[in-house]
Write a protein that binds this ligand. Sequence first.
Ligand code: PLP
Length: 408
Amino acid sequence: MASIFSNVSRVKVGPATETADLRRRVKEDTHPNKVDLGAGAYRTDEGKPWVLPMVKTVEVQMAADMTLNHEYLPVAGLPAFRTAASALILGKDNPAILENRLEGIQVQGGTGGVRLAAEFLKRNFGSDIVYVSKPTWGNHKTVFIHAGFSQIKEYRYWDAKNLGVDFEGLKEDLQKAQEGACVILHAVAHNPTGNDPTMDQWSQIADIIGARKLFPLFDCAYQGFAGGDLEADAQVVRYFVKRGFELFIAQSFSKNFGLYNERVGNLCIVTKTPDVIPQIRSQMEIIARTMWSTTSHHGARVVATILGNPAYFEEWKAQVATMANRIKEMRQMMFNKLRQKKVPGSWNHILQQIGMFSFTGLTPDQSRVMVEKHHVYMLLNGRINMAGLTTKNVDYVVDAIQDAISSH
Ligand code: PLP
């Protein structure tokens, strides 16, 4: 007998996301030189995942702590985590914190933060239009579509000719944006381009956002990854708060704590006045209650413990810097090899870009050669994860780039 779902036209296999498809192909590929530059996760120089030693220490302590239990957390999440996470991005003496104009809601990673923000805005905000950078992290558009936004619009961001931010295009598009819409901004280390506006450009962006009455949602998935400096990576968000904007920040702790599968995130809410915080929190809690009811404990506890202990915090900071520095070294090494091997192009952009990703400038056809012929897995838009490069595979990757460019 046929299933009742067999005649429902909507119930069909959807397209695999490009990253999930790459992950599957990498796993199945038996080629000895295969290289995974597709996954958005840190790897050691041995090409392995890294459990941060500071995280491990706290996990061992937690396992031995007989006072811990598995009781439900509050709907809004672990209080110590929410406070510590918000202080990490804004600085603990930020006026928004001191004046109680801030709330943190624990969410399922950065994705959960973006989704909760979208759900809240859809229900409680005058606009169901969102602006995202072109290009942006693949999930931004789909999250907002699934939250019921009627229009997902793009503002220009990447100048493919000059391999940098198309600032004039960005300004022009935001100046024409629908008043009152939401705009997603990458707080640091833009994914996928690795190119951020300068502070002077950010101040102009803030002017436009203010003039057009747009609502900024900062996506902050890489604090610490841009250059190993947590404060520097928070400066854009702090600048907007200082300018008096009301905003949300979707913080992810997947990358900077290496806690990818623990789903640790904080949706940080900053308002002009403290009186609206209880209402906003309540509406967020209603949404959270119907989506995941209450949050999970383990990862949030690890983060809260490390952020709340000055000695642990210093150790963790050094480990974040270790990751950021290895990525920087790989940038330099790849750049040197591209130059030594006289691969066409200046490749300066590889050094100028920051964070985990590089937008190589390879075309979709060239990227396809990388994947199909050389088993170097990367996105077709030319994005590579610099952390997937190692001292052992960089020559192979550069030779593959040379071949891909010469064949197209
Ligand atoms: N936002 C951006 C810009 C990202 O690059 C990522 C991860 O790749 C996320 C959000 C998702 O983070 P999480 O894994 O914590 O959900």
